[in-house]
Design a protein around this ligand. Structure first.
Ligand SMILES: [Zn+2]
Length: 167
């Protein structure tokens, strides 16, 4: 039920935001680094939970999310994977996160929220990547440029929509 972490990563303070997930031993491209755990719930329940737990879940299907449902479960479920416009981790399927390239100790693990979210939020991005979009939102998956860049690297439910769109 709780999130699984590779023993090559740890949570600590991040310059991007709050806490992040950091590499503590060399990770090779293709290695699984995190598998998100929690309860599965719909959008209505997610919205209710968000009032007390904040953003702690990820979307796994058109109407479904996975994450903690109590304050006690929150820490063990939190991945602390910050967003980057130039990520080193990608989502595979619905809940598995894999290194897109080799990652060295000390590097923060990040993924592009555009490849996982279809939601109403916006934030200023401080990822520092040369290709930083500056402003990112929960609808960035709709951007043709990102659809090309992350072809085949979207969360399963988004990937299905994109495949249908291009069929
Ligand atoms: Zn950015």
């Amino acid at each position: 039920m709780t999130t699984w972490f590779s023993d090559k990563v740890e949570k600590r303070g991040s310059e991007i935001e709050g806490r992040g997930l950091f590499c503590v031993a060399s990770i090779q491209a293709g290695e699984t680094v995190v598998v998100k755990g929690g309860h599965v719930f719909d959008r209505k329940k997610r919205d209710a939970l968000a009032k007390t737990l904040g953003p702690a879940e990820i979307q796994i299907d058109d109407h479904l999310f996975i994450g903690p449902v109590t304050q006690e479960e929150r820490e063990a479920s939190m991945m602390c994977l910050n967003h980057s416009c130039d990520p080193n981790v990608q989502i595979v399927g619905q809940i598995t996160f894999r290194a897109m390239r080799d990652i060295d100790p000390g590097e923060e693990l990040t993924f592009d929220y555009a490849t996982g979210d279809d939601d109403d939020w916006e934030m200023e991005c401080a990822c520092g990547a040369p290709c930083c979009r500056g402003q990112v939102s929960g609808r960035d998956w709709k951007m043709p440029e990102l659809q090309r860049r992350y072809a085949g690297k979207f969360s399963d439910y988004l990937q299905r929509r994109l495949t249908k769109q291009s069929a």
